[in-house]
Each structure stands twice: as structure tokens, then as C-alpha cells.
Ligand binder design. Structure first.
Ligand code: IDC
Length: 327
């Protein structure tokens, strides 16, 4: 499997290249919903989204541009992007500067709609239960503004720490979900679980009562391996729909080392279960999980030598699997 999945170099990839489609991915697939453990499109066909997560908006917000999203769709063939809006970290994120951070997210959403790709709106916090009122107001506004487009996917809590699902997290998600559902009856909401969104098994028998809720599984391939896949498989087997809104091919620190073999084992696992994903991250920070080398332009147009090892691997994986649409 891993061999088959290794994408060919671009210049060699001529005869097997899938045809270039016209229109856009969202024009073709439209309103998404959850059926069983899978995300299906407007025709009930399972679809697997693959794309990129942007970095914490307050720290590397420069890639929250229409041009970067356009490049990710055209050159990388992403069919989903994730806006990771920093909430509380560092003292200068959404809580301190709501208008500024919100506008970055709106820019990305507008671009995703224009490009016909799906967009995950992520409340990027490790302490979201401390900001429930702010989360409700934010998701109320986003769902009022964009809830009638099929592009939007909501992620109300990036990564809870050691917080109980039954005691705290489920209620948090239900509260935010109610704000969303008042405006948007059907778009998918993806909920985080305990221990950096790894304990999807704790949802078994205790799912949120809404047909279009999925649960986030986060992994970093050089740290999290078969034991975490076993947890994920257990959840899927028990009927819990999963989406990997964030993963890295590096260690969980976002740096350290890259594990190419585990990265491929994870991709095979996700493909086998039709689980969509976004990779961490579109950033030009000097760390191994960053896709771009320092100084890469805020408006896309990245040459292959401006991509890091991770960026090169992930772009190839996306291009080998996602359909290509013309400009
Ligand atoms: C990391 C960044 C790193 C930054 C750190 C701050 O890569 O540069 O210093 O955040 O906390 C996650 C988080 C994500 C992390 C990433 C890598 O969702 O915010 O980004 N990671 O550590 N969960 C597991 C790993």
C-alpha cells in the first residue's frame, strides 16, 4: 500500500494523470453530511477531503490571504483549508483583538468560497471551556454570515487538555452547537476530545445528538503510532465519525524529526476509513512541521525549492489523490 501511494515526480506523472476537471470541488460535491461514520456529498457518495491547515492566526497570519488559498487549491489541489484562529494564547489573539483576528478568518472563508473548496473554521485554543461566551458569539456570527453556503465546516475546540468528555467537553460542544444550529441547520461540526483531540474512544456511547457532528482526531506521525490508530479504529467500529482536522508528519512538538514511514501508514489508514484531513501547517517558521521555508511569499506562488521536507511530502500526497480542477 505504502509503495503504491508514493507519488511520482511531477515530470514523470503523465500517462496516469487524472483528467483536469472544470468547475470546482464544491460545485461538484455541494452540501456535505454524515452518513454512518463517513462524510458524504450531495449525492450520498463518500468523499475524503485533503488539504492544509494554516498556522495560529495571531502568530503567522500572513498566509490568511485570498492568493494563498487560491494557490493551495490550484497548485496543491487542496479541496479543504483550515483557518486556525488563535483564541487566547500569547495575549494578542482573538480575545484581545477580536476584529483583527476575525477579519483574517473571513478573508480565508471568502477565498474558499470563491475557489470552491471547503473551509474549516477552527477555534484554536487549549482552554476553550474558559471562553464559552466568546465562542458562542463568534460561531453565531460566522454561521449567520456563512451558514447558507455548503463550504463551511465548524471546529469549536482545537485541542482540549485533560478535561472530561462527559463532565465538561460534551456540554461545551452542545452549547456552541446550539449557537451554530440556530443559523445553520446542516453544515458539519467537528468536535475536539480529551488529550489534544486524541481520545475519540471516549465519545463511544456518548455522542452529541446531532446527525452532522464528527469528532477530531489529531496525530503527529513521529510521536503517535499504532496505539493511536487502535483508538481511532475502535471509535470508527463503534460508529463514531472522525475527521483529522490537524496532523503532522513530525513529532508532536511540531519539530524534532519526521517519520516518513509512519506518515504513509497513517495516510493508508485514513484512506481505508475515508477519513478527511488537514496537515499542520502553512507556515514559514523554522520547524519541521512547517510546509514553507522562511520568507515564502504571503500570496502563494511557492516554488518547489521553497517547500520543506514536510511540505514536499504532503503536497505530493494531496496531488496524488485529490482531483485537479482547472483555474
Ligand atoms: C505549535 C506550533 C509551534 C508553536 C506551538 C505553540 O507548531 O510553532 O510554538 O504550537 O503552542 C498541536 C497544536 C498546534 C501545535 C502543533 C505542534 O494544535 O497548535 O502548533 N500541535 O506542536 N497539537 C499537537 C501538535
Amino acid at each position: 500500500m505504502a509503495e503504491e501511494q508514493t507519488p511520482k515526480k511531477e515530470e514523470e506523472n503523465t500517462s496516469n494523470e487524472p483528467p483536469t476537471l472544470t468547475g470546482s470541488f464544491v460545485a461538484d460535491h455541494g452540501q456535505l453530511r454524515i452518513e454512518g461514520t463517513k462524510i458524504v456529498d450531495k449525492d450520498g457518495e463518500p468523499i475524503q477531503l485533503r488539504g492544509m491547515s494554516l498556522f495560529w492566526s495571531q502568530w503567522i497570519g500572513k498566509y490568511y490571504t485570498a492568493e494563498a488559498v487560491k494557490w493551495l487549491k490550484e497548485d496543491w489541489q487542496c479541496n479543504v483549508v483550515r483557518a486556525a484562529m488563535g483564541v487566547d494564547e500569547g495575549g494578542d489573539a482573538y480575545i484581545a483583538n477580536p476584529e483583527r483576528e476575525k477579519q483574517k478568518v473571513f478573508t480565508v472563508i471568502d477565498a474558499a468560497i470563491a475557489e470552491g473548496v471547503y473551509v474549516i473554521v477552527d477555534w484554536h485554543s487549549h482552554h476553550a471551556e474558559d471562553y464559552l461566551a466568546e465562542a458562542k458569539a463568534f460561531f453565531d456570527e460566522v454561521s449567520k454570515k456563512y451558514g447558507d453556503t455548503p463550504n463551511i465546516i465548524y471546529e469549536p475546540y482545537n485541542e482540549p487538555l485533560d478535561v472530561s468528555w462527559t463532565g465538561t467537553l460534551k456540554a461545551y460542544h452542545e452549547d456552541v452547537l446550539a449557537s451554530i444550529r440556530a443559523n445553520d441547520p446542516d453544515n458539519i461540526v467537528i468536535c475536539g476530545t480529551r488529550t489534544w483531540s486524541q481520545r475519540v474512544d471516549e465519545v463511544i456511547g456518548n455522542k452529541i445528538d446531532d446527525p452532522n457532528v464528527a469528532y477530531t482526531l489529531h496525530y503527529y506521525a513521529a510521536t503517535h503510532k499504532q496505539a493511536l490508530r487502535d483508538i481511532a479504529q475502535q471509535a470508527v467500529d463503534a460508529g463514531v465519525p472522525l475527521f483529522v482536522t490537524e496532523y503532522g508528519v513530525s513529532e508532536a512538538s511540531g519539530d524534532g524529526s519526521i517519520d516518513d514511514e509512519e506518515a504513509n501508514t497513517w495516510w493508508d489508514f485514513l484512506d481505508a476509513n475515508s477519513i478527511g484531513w488537514c496537515n499542520w501547517s502553512i507556515a514559514d517558521k523554522e520547524e519541521l512541521s512547517a510546509a514553507l521555508k522562511p520568507g515564502a511569499s504571503a500570496t502563494g506562488g511557492w516554488t518547489l525549492d521553497q517547500l520543506t521536507q514536510s511540505g514536499t511530502m504532503v503536497r505530493a500526497e494531496i496531488k496524488a489523490n485529490n482531483p485537479k480542477y482547472s483555474d
